[in-house]
Design a protein around this ligand. Sequence first.
Ligand SMILES: Cc1cc2nc3c(=O)[nH]c(=O)nc-3n(C[C@H](O)[C@H](O)[C@H](O)COP(=O)(O)O)c2cc1C
Length: 160
Amino acid sequence: MRTSKTLVAYFSLTGSTRLIGKAVAKELGADIEEIVPVRHYPLRGSWLYLYGGMQAVLGATPRLERTILNAHDYDIIIVGTPVWAGRMTPPVRSFLNSLALEGKKVAYFSTFQGSEGQSLKEMVDAGEGISLGEKGFKMTRKSTYDSVTAARQWAKELNR
Ligand SMILES: Cc1cc2nc3c(=O)[nH]c(=O)nc-3n(C[C@H](O)[C@H](O)[C@H](O)COP(=O)(O)O)c2cc1C
């Protein structure tokens, strides 16, 4: 029997979503790809919150630097986003819009400081695939270690 091929694709501005993505990919022996927008966001400051938050709420779909051309080769695609203004980030929206996920197994995760907001529901609605599950990870200084442990556990459950 063929083993299923899994891809973890994520956008991350400051590294938290990357950390969770890497833990999930390692647990599953999955490939991992970063979703990179052509126009980069500032790394900090009020303009980031204003512009990034507004773009997330408006449902913007920025151009991505490279599309993951062979996404269709994967049986399972796990997509991760930071939460911006209670939503998924614009690059992840672009990514989900660019893929035909119908009939594919998908799982979603988001990382946040306070709450996941609508991020996971939005991804499930945008993704069209057969959802294996979704999970949010709180990434404050206090909770990051536990979240990475929870991410490994979540990956194990997805693999069953
Ligand atoms: C523009 C912007 C908006 C954000 N909005 C929220 C929010 O609504 N709720 C929340 O809990 N965290 C919010 N955050 C915090 C991030 O979701 C959190 O730090 C996330 O883990 C960052 O992921 P990254 O390091 O992969 O970029 C926001 C951060 C930014 C930059």
